[in-house]
Design a protein around this ligand. Sequence first.
Ligand code: ZN
Length: 241
Amino acid sequence: MEERAIKEQVAWACRILAMGGHGDLTLGHVSRFHPETGYCFMKRKGLGLEEVTPEDVIIVDLDGQRVDGDGDVHLEAVLHTEVYKARPDVGAVVHTHPVYATALGSALARLEYVSHDAVLFPDGLGLFEGTAELITQPEEGQAVARALGSRRAVLMRNHGVLVVGKDVPWAVLAALTLERAVQIQFVASVLGPLKTIDPEMVAQMYPEKYRDSFFVQYWDYLIRKARRAGLGDGMPGASHR
Ligand SMILES: [Zn+2]
């Protein structure tokens, strides 16, 4: 992908996440790894997720130093850089503090397979319990990456979530789906004892339910939805699909 297209995609990712309950003041960030240069394209510090334009996506090296673009690097950039170093299969990282998934990481509870949404996480969720503070040091970022392991998401105890994908649409869809899965689990647990999907059925459902071709459609839909919700200001072009 060209640099401009990556910046636009990261800006859309931020806006779509804001629409999906991931906003928290000017906190939370999204990045895309660019294998050709070895740099990360990352939302800059100081803006709410719904405010991010392509110009607010800065280029950061894997030491967390800004190499291009205007604005400051988020204090927790090591969350992104250390995960990219540990997971060559990961092309995009989301770190946010959504209410339901953050609450799950603040309780002695785990993700239960009570919905299609939970099935997107067939290996469960990692759990990082090293500290509840901001993650600013490389060794802390490495510890979060270890807690993530080979999974799609890790709960950061009393803090938030980190979700990864092979590209921006997968990471964003996974972050939205995680929040929805926990929301459904919460509501279900209030209604009665949980009835979970059998592990064999989870394994069977996962490849049927979550396919690349579906994600392309979901991503295009989410951009249209964001525009209709008034979140298209400052973004180039109108949806052509
Ligand atoms: Zn955080």
